[in-house]
Design a protein around this ligand. Structure first.
Ligand code: SME
Length: 152
């Protein structure tokens, strides 16, 4: 299946979850499960919540990850500061990259906002392949995160 098609399917499934939303953890947990199932190249996919100037691990699929990330370094922190999606084609070249698992080689991080446009979290996806994320991933992962504005 083409990547765009896979994202369109994922978006439909995610919208169905949001329509049934009762709890943030439950909704986000299922979103990570949908993405992990649809995209076998997603080695790790999950959310970090912004709490008291730190990023705290939220629902995810994949190997165990860092429970807490500082805002001083790494791709997730950069996405928070810039309030923009960060695509990292080679994590080993990213200054201050935080390696939660050494198998990860590329990454995309999408910031998530609430209805007042206050940043609340990031969606982070890692791949074992280098250069595995492009503008299509950015476009659709941003659409997914945009849909989550209403859950806060
Ligand atoms: N690589 C991220 C840390 C999170 S893990 O990849 C799950 C970073 O540099 O912020």
């Amino acid at each position: 299946m083409q990547k765009k098609e896979a994202y369109k399917w994922a978006l439909k499934q995610i919208q169905a979850q949001i329509n049934r939303h009762v709890d943030i953890v439950a909704t986000l947990a299922n979103i990570t499960a949908i993405l992990k199932e649809r995209f076998p190249n997603f080695f790790w996919v999950g959310f970090y919540f912004l709490h008291d100037q730190e990023l705290i691990l939220g629902p995810f699929q994949g190997p165990p990850a860092c429970m807490k990330l500082s805002l001083e370094k790494g791709a997730c922190a950069a996405a928070v500061h810039q309030e923009e999606t960060i695509i990292v084609p080679d994590v080993h070249q990213f200054p201050g990259h935080v390696a939660c698992d050494s198998r990860s080689n590329s990454e995309i991080v999408v910031p998530g906002f609430d209805c007042r446009n206050k940043i609340r979290m990031v969606l982070d996806v890692d791949s074992e392949k280098f250069n595995d994320f492009d503008e299509t991933d950015k476009e659709y992962l941003e659409k997914i995160v945009e849909k989550l504005k209403t859950i806060w």
